[in-house]
Unconditional design. Structure first.
Length: 759
C-alpha cells in the first residue's frame, strides 16, 4: 500500500470508527467474538479489519478466508475492501460457505472419492433421484414423500450426520423405517453420478478435513486468518467446518448477534455463538452497541423486549441522536412506538394504507421507505388488496405476490374453468394437477384438435375421444375431468362461493397435491387464506374480476414502492417507517412453533420481534386485531405477550374499539345512547362475538362512493348487525359514520360498510 493510500485509509476509514469499532479492527491476533447489534456499522468494521490485516502485514491477502451467508454480502465486502486495497482484495478467499467449500472440494475432493469436476444438483434433481431410489426399494407408496425426504436429508447434513450417525428414532419416522438405507443409497448414487447437493458441499468438506490430516494441516497453513460473518446463523456442519480450520492458529474473528438468530427452522444453531467463549477460552469479546440507524424510542422498545430472553449474551443498543432536536416523523417532539388495536384484520390493513398516505402527504416518508412486516405470508393478501384500493404501489419482497403464487393460481384456474368453459389456458393448467395421466402430448393433441374445430378444449374432449385423437388413460382422465367441471358449473348458483371452492379442490384431488412436500404447510395455509377472500365478494364472476385486477396492479418498477414482506425476509434491511400488523397470541408468537419446540421456539419468536422493531429508523406501529380471518378461519385474539414486554414509557396505546363519551356529546345525546343500550338489553343476548368476518356479513364490494350510498339506508333506532360485535341499535347517523350501541360492549363509531340492517 502506498503512503498516499495509507494516509487515505487512516483519514477516511480509521478516523471514522468509534472506540469499540477500533477495538475490533486493532485486535488482530487470537480468537475474537464481535457482538454486532442491529445498525451498529458491522460491514464497515469487517471491511476495515480485513484491510488492517494486510496493512499491518499480519497476512498476505491469499492467507485470509472470510465466509458470509449471501452472495450479496460477499460482493459488498469485496467492493469495499477493493476500494482500500485495490486488486489485492480479489486474492482473498472471500465468499459464501458454499462457494468456499466448492473451492476446497475442487482442490482436494478426490481424497474422498469426489471428482474435481463434480456437478451441483438442485432440489428438483434431488427429488427425481430419490423417487428412483424409492421405486428401486419397492417403496412406491412413499413416492409422494420424496420432497419430504429431501428436506429431511438436508437437515441431517446441516447437523453433520452421515447415514450411520442418524439417530434411530429419526430414521424410523421416514420411508417405512428405512430412511438410513435410503440416505445411504442416495449418497452412493450422488458419488456415482459425480454430483453433490448443497448440503454435501459443507458436509463433505467436514469429512474431508476430518479424514485427511495432511490436507487439514495444509489448509490451516494456507488460511491463517478466518473471519465468519453472521455467526449466529451457522448450523452444526458450518460450525465444524470453521472449527477444524481455526483450531491450529486460532486467528478467528466471528461476527454476529445472538439477538438476531431467527433461522432455527432451517438448521441455524444459536448455541454456536453462545458457547464461543467456552470453545475458545482466551477469546476477546467486543460488543458493538452504538446504533446509527434507529431513534432512541425504537431502541428502548427493542431492548426491553429482548431482555425477556434467557439464552443471550446481553447488550444494550444506544444512540447519541437527540430525539427532541430532530423531531418525530409525525411531527411530535417526542415520538413513541404506536400500538393500535383493531376490530379485525381488514380494518387494520385499511388504517395502515391510510396512514401511509398521510405520511407521504406530509413528506415524512416516501413509499420506498415504508415496509409492512408480517409473521406469515398469508397475512399479505389483505394489504395487497388495501393497497390496490388506495392506489398505493407496493412490492412483495422475497416471494411472489399472493395471487401469483403457484397454489393460488391453480385454485383460481379451477374456478375459471368452471366459470368459463372456453378458458383453455385455465383448463390446460389444471388438466394434470394433480397427476391424472394426462401428459403434455395428449394435451397438445387435444389443443390442436380443438383449434381445428374452432371450439374450446373442454367442449372438444368428447369428440377427440370418439375420433381416437386422445386414447387410453388420458382419454378416461379427460372425460372424468370434463364431467366434474360440468357438475361444479351447475353448483355455481346453488352453493356459496367458499363451499364451491372447497368442494372443487376436494373432489379434484388437489387438496392432496401438496402433501409430503417440503412447503406443504405454507401452501395449504395460503389456500385457506384464499378461501377467506371468497367471503368478500358476491359471486364467482366478481371474484375472478377482482383477482384479475389485483394481479394487474404491478407495473414492473421496484423503486418507490411500499415493501410487503415477512419478518424473516426483512433481516438486513431498514426503512424510515415500519408497520408490524398481527401481533396476537397464536399468530405471533406462532402457536405451532410453541407446540413443537416450547421455550426454545418462544425465544426465537421474540428475537424475530426484535429484528422487526430494529428495521425502523423513525417510526414503528404495532397492530393487533380482536378477530382475524387467517388460514381460512376466524379467531378471536388477545394481544401478543410481546406487546406487554415493550417498556410502557416508550409506547403510545390506542384502540379503535374504545369509546370515550365524556367530552364528545351533550346531555341529550348521552340520554339517547343510554336509552338505546337499555332497549338492547331487553332484546338481545350479550357477551358473544360472532366468529365471522365483516365481509361475510356484508358482501357488497367497497367502492369510493359506498359510504355515501350506504348512509342513506340507516336512521336512528334501526337494528343492525356487525360481524364481530353482533347485533346493535343505531343511535345516530353522522355524515360519514354511524353511532351504534351494542349490549355489554359499548357505543362505537361504525363505517356503514361494515353493518347490515335487521328487519
Amino acid at each position: 500500500m502506498t503512503e498516499q493510500l495509507l494516509a487515505r485509509f487512516e483519514r477516511e476509514w480509521l478516523a471514522s470508527l468509534n472506540d469499540k469499532q477500533r477495538e475490533v479492527v486493532e485486535n488482530l491476533q487470537g480468537p475474537l467474538l464481535v457482538l454486532a447489534g442491529a445498525g451498529t456499522g458491522k460491514t464497515r468494521v469487517l471491511t476495515v479489519r480485513l484491510a488492517m490485516l494486510v496493512i499491518e502485514k499480519c497476512a498476505y491477502p491469499s492467507q485470509i478466508l472470510a465466509a458470509t451467508f449471501t452472495n450479496k454480502a460477499a460482493r459488498e465486502i469485496v467492493r469495499r475492501v477493493e476500494s482500500l486495497l485495490g486488486a489485492d482484495a480479489h486474492r482473498m478467499a472471500l465468499g459464501t460457505f458454499h462457494s468456499l467449500s466448492v473451492r476446497l472440494l475442487r482442490r482436494y475432493g478426490d481424497a474422498i472419492g469426489i471428482r474435481r469436476d463434480f456437478t451441483i444438483i438442485d432440489t428438483e434433481d434431488q427429488v427425481r433421484l430419490l423417487k428412483e431410489i424409492l421405486q428401486d426399494m419397492s417403496l412406491v407408496a412413499e413416492r409422494s414423500s420424496a420432497r419430504g425426504l429431501v428436506w429431511c436429508i438436508q437437515r441431517w447434513k446441516d447437523r453433520a450426520l452421515i447415514p450411520n450417525s442418524v439417530p434411530e428414532e429419526e430414521a424410523q419416522m421416514f420411508a417405512e423405517g428405512r430412511a438410513r438405507e435410503v440416505y445411504r443409497t442416495y449418497q452412493k448414487r450422488l458419488l456415482a453420478l459425480g454430483a453433490c447437493d448443497f448440503g454435501d458441499l459443507i458436509l463433505q468438506c467436514v469429512e474431508l478435513l476430518r479424514e485427511n490430516n495432511h490436507i487439514l494441516q495444509e489448509c490451516r497453513e494456507r488460511y491463517r486468518y478466518l473471519l465468519i460473518d453472521e455467526y449466529q446463523d451457522t448450523n452444526i456442519a458450518q460450525y465444524l467446518w470453521m472449527r477444524l480450520l481455526a483450531e491450529g492458529h486460532k486467528n478467528l474473528c466471528c461476527v454476529g448477534d445472538d439477538d438476531q438468530s431467527i433461522y432455527g427452522w432451517r438448521g441455524a444453531e444459536v448455541g454456536n455463538i453462545l458457547r464461543f467463549e467456552k470453545d475458545f477460552p482466551n477469546a476477546h469479546v467486543v460488543r458493538l452497541e452504538r446504533n446509527y440507524r434507529s431513534r432512541p424510542h425504537i431502541l428502548s422498545a427493542a431492548a426491553g423486549l429482548i431482555s425477556s430472553n434467557k439464552q443471550r449474551m446481553g447488550k444494550t443498543l444506544w444512540t447519541e441522536e437527540d430525539e427532541n432536536a430532530s423531531g418525530g416523523i409525525c411531527g411530535n417532539a417526542q415520538e413513541l412506538v404506536s400500538v393500535r388495536g383493531f376490530y379485525d384484520g381488514e380494518s387494520e390493513a385499511r388504517f395502515i394504507a391510510e396512514e401511509i398516505e398521510a405520511l407521504r402527504r406530509r413528506e415524512q416518508a416516501t413509499y420506498g421507505e415504508v415496509a409492512i412486516l408480517v409473521r406469515t405470508i398469508a397475512q399479505m393478501r389483505v394489504f395487497e388488496e388495501a393497497f390496490l384500493y388506495h392506489d398505493i404501489p407496493y412490492r412483495v419482497v422475497g416471494g411472489a405476490r399472493f395471487y401469483e403464487r403457484e397454489e393460488i393460481r391453480d385454485v383460481v384456474a379451477y374456478l375459471r374453468s368452471c366459470a368459463q368453459s372456453a378458458d383453455d389456458l385455465a383448463f390446460a393448467r389444471i388438466a394434470n394437477k394433480p397427476a391424472r395421466g394426462i401428459g403434455s402430448v395428449s394435451l397438445r393433441k387435444l389443443s390442436y384438435f380443438a383449434r381445428e374445430r374452432g371450439m374450446p378444449m373442454q367442449e372438444a374432449v368428447d369428440s377427440a375421444i370418439e375420433e381416437g385423437i386422445v386414447k387410453g388413460r388420458a382419454a378416461n382422465a379427460l372425460a372424468e375431468l370434463k364431467n366434474k367441471l360440468e357438475g361444479w358449473r351447475n353448483d355455481i348458483e346453488r352453493l356459496p362461493l367458499r363451499q364451491l371452492a372447497e368442494k372443487i379442490i376436494e373432489q379434484s384431488g388437489y387438496s392432496y397435491y401438496w402433501e409430503n412436500k417440503t412447503d406443504e404447510q405454507s401452501r395449504k395455509e395460503n389456500i385457506r387464506e384464499l378461501f377467506s377472500a371468497l367471503h368478500e365478494v358476491e359471486n364467482l364472476e366478481n371474484f375472478l374480476e377482482h383477482v384479475a385486477l389485483v394481479a394487474d396492479g404491478e407495473d414492473g418498477s421496484e423503486e418507490g414502492r411500499v415493501g410487503v414482506m415477512t419478518m424473516h425476509a426483512a433481516k438486513g434491511l431498514e426503512f424510515d417507517a415500519v408497520f408490524l400488523p398481527g401481533w396476537e397470541e397464536g399468530l405471533f408468537p406462532m402457536q405451532r412453533s410453541l407446540e413443537e419446540k416450547g421455550e426454545k421456539a418462544l425465544e426465537e419468536e421474540r428475537r424475530l420481534a426484535y429484528v422487526a422493531l430494529t428495521r425502523a429508523r423513525k417510526y414503528v406501529m404495532v397492530g393487533h386485531a380482536q378477530a382475524r380471518r387467517i388460514f381460512g378461519q376466524v379467531r378471536s385474539n388477545s394481544p401478543s405477550r410481546f406487546i406487554t414486554e415493550i417498556p410502557k414509557e416508550v409506547v403510545e396505546i390506542s384502540d379503535e374499539r374504545e369509546v370515550r363519551l365524556s367530552i364528545k356529546y351533550d346531555s341529550s345525546y348521552q340520554h339517547k345512547m343510554h336509552s338505546a343500550l337499555s332497549h338492547q338489553q331487553e332484546e338481545l343476548s350479550s357477551g358473544h362475538i360472532a366468529r365471522q368476518s365483516v365481509q361475510q356479513v356484508f358482501a357488497e364490494s367497497r367502492t369510493k362512493n359506498s359510504i355515501k350510498r350506504k348512509i342513506g339506508i340507516f336512521k336512528a333506532g334501526d337494528r343492525c348487525k356487525h360481524g364481530q360485535l353482533g347485533e346493535g341499535r343505531v343511535v345516530a347517523v353522522e355524515k360519514n359514520s354511524l353511532t351504534v350501541a351494542f349490549p355489554n360492549k359499548g357505543v362505537y363509531y361504525i363505517d356503514p360498510d361494515y353493518v347490515v340492517t335487521i328487519d
